[in-house]
Design a protein around this ligand. Structure first.
Ligand code: SF4
Length: 470
């Protein structure tokens, strides 16, 4: 089985098998990193981070920047993000002041020859900041780092449609952003009211029109299934509206109701949440509908139109799983700025302090706000590459992978190959002497397949921080 053939085959679709989903859809990591954040520990200090960052300059690889803006105007009851709901401008000003200091400190670690090819603003709500604040933040970033200003750049921002108007979208384009991610979730009034997030299709369409006119190269929508009052019929109406707006990418997430962990979810009436069997129907219908409308199922909740870069990256081998889900620019080192941000420099994952109070106190002392992380070893790197191959390309050739990594795959992963046997018997994968290929049925259970190669999995499965696969 050549990897190229498998890649082309794997674009053909996904097959919904309720029985397999019920059996294999248990709790597990989403593998936005391997090892997952559960393995992060305090051996990764600010000085370890500084050493690794400086050493990474020898590689000369370009950089990807992530900037975290934690503030929101109001609480969406379903939310499980690290955010601060406030209207206190002084609090925002102080955060920005500390963020600017961190930008300065971080920029001194990296050679100016290393271009910023990728930029992502996440939150919270990055568009909580007004046009002037966003301009000032971009000015700081541009003077500290070497921005790639070519069309090849991928500068994206998460947008809460309730916080921007058409002018705001044009301003984002002027600042250099060329990718938008709009949080939609659902368009049904009863659902939007139940989760305290109300916006109209007309408002969103207006923003989409402005983004297209302003030259944004890719527009992405986030939806959530499993929210209170959703039915297949109601979600179908939302999908019709969404498809009519033709976003290039769609992420359709499963709502996990964990009110003991996320206080805001206690505002949701648990009796109005769809039953598990309805959630499965919602997912099944969504996949059928989107694929029927020409979207390609990338994997793990993500869909894209055939011309989108995610699909091209899947074909040319540059797709990656990372903290934003699926992404391109696999070769970059990731520098994270702001509270709770996770960077990935060479073999190091490093996370900033997760409360703004601690983040700001550390920066005020003139120190890097790194609190924990992990320096991955050779075994972790091998497993991370196996998991990337499975989650991004649905396949793996034992000989090709072994040659690329200088190992005998069958020997090194003999136990794992044995444990793949039952998954092959159940039809999630095809397994033969040459490699493994994930079937259309298995594509909805990628993480259950990847978990075979996770050496920390026993610990992960007992941790309720991980959601169910479906
Ligand atoms: S969903 Fe987004 S806008 Fe709503 S509370 Fe969470 S981070 Fe804020």
């Amino acid at each position: 089985m050549s990897n190229d053939n498998k890649r082309a085959d794997s674009l053909t679709g996904v097959c919904f098998d309720t029985d397999l989903i019920v059996r294999y859809g248990g709790r597990g990591p989403r593998y936005t990193s391997y090892p997952t954040a559960l393995q992060f520990n305090d051996s990764v200090t600010a000085s370890v981070y500084q050493e690794q960052a400086v050493a990474s300059n020898a590689s000369g690889v370009p950089l990807s920047l992530y900037v975290h803006i934690p503030f929101c105007h109001s609480l969406c009851y379903y939310c499980g993000c690290n955010k601060i709901v406030t209207r206190n401008q002084a609090r925002v000003d102080r955060y920005l002041e500390m963020l600017y200091r961190e930008i300065e400190m971080q920029s001194e670690l990296f050679d100016k020859s290393r271009k910023i090819e990728q930029l992502h603003f996440g939150g919270g709500t990055p568009t909580y900041l007004d046009n002037d604040q966003l301009s000032e933040l971009l000015t700081h970033l541009r003077s500290a780092f070497n921005f790639d200003e070519s069309d090849e750049r991928e500068f994206s921002i998460e947008v809460d449609p309730r916080t921007v108007d058409a002018d705001g979208i044009r301003h984002l384009a002027k600042l250099g952003f060329n990718r938008l991610s709009l949080g939609i979730q659902d368009f049904e009034p009863v659902v939007m009211e139940a989760v305290n997030r109300v916006q109209t299709p007309d408002e969103v369409q207006n923003l989409v029109n402005s983004a297209i006119d302003s030259g944004f190269g890719s527009i992405s929508f986030d939806l959530i299934y499993g929210l209170p009052h959703q039915t297949v019929e109601s979600f179908n109406r939302t999908l019709d509206i969404v498809i009519g707006m033709k976003p290039d990418r769609l992420a359709v997430y499963n709502y996990a109701h964990l009110p003991q962990r996320f206080k805001g979810q206690r505002m949701i009436n648990a009796d109005a949440i769809p039953l598990p069997e309805t959630k499965l129907e919602l997912l099944h219908h969504t996949i059928d509908k989107l694929c029927g409308e020409g979207y390609v199922y990338i994997g793990m909740d993500h869909f894209a139109l055939p011309g989108d870069e995610l699909v091209r990256a899947r074909l040319d081998g540059t797709l990656q799983r990372n903290f934003q889900g699926y992404s391109t620019h696999r070769q970059c080192d990731l520098v994270s700025l702001g509270v709770s941000g996770i960077g990935n420099i060479g073999n190091l994952y490093a996370q900033n302090a997760i409360t703004t109070m601690e983040y700001e106190e550390i920066i005020e002392r003139g120190e890097f706000p790194i609190k924990k992380g992990i320096l991955v070893d050779d075994d972790d790197l091998l497993r991370a590459d196996v998991i990337q191959a499975l989650m991004c390309y649905d396949s793996l050739s034992f000989d090709d992978f072994g040659a690329d990594h200088d190992i005998d795959f069958r020997d090194y992963f003999a136990d794992e190959i044995k444990r793949l046997g039952p998954l092959a018997d159940d039809g999630l994968i095809e397994l033969d002497g040459s490699g493994v290929a994930i079937t259309q049925k298995g594509r909805l259970l990628l993480r259950s397949i990847a978990m075979v190669f996770d050496r920390y999995i026993d610990q992960a499965q007992n941790d309720n921080r991980f959601s169910k696969a479906i």
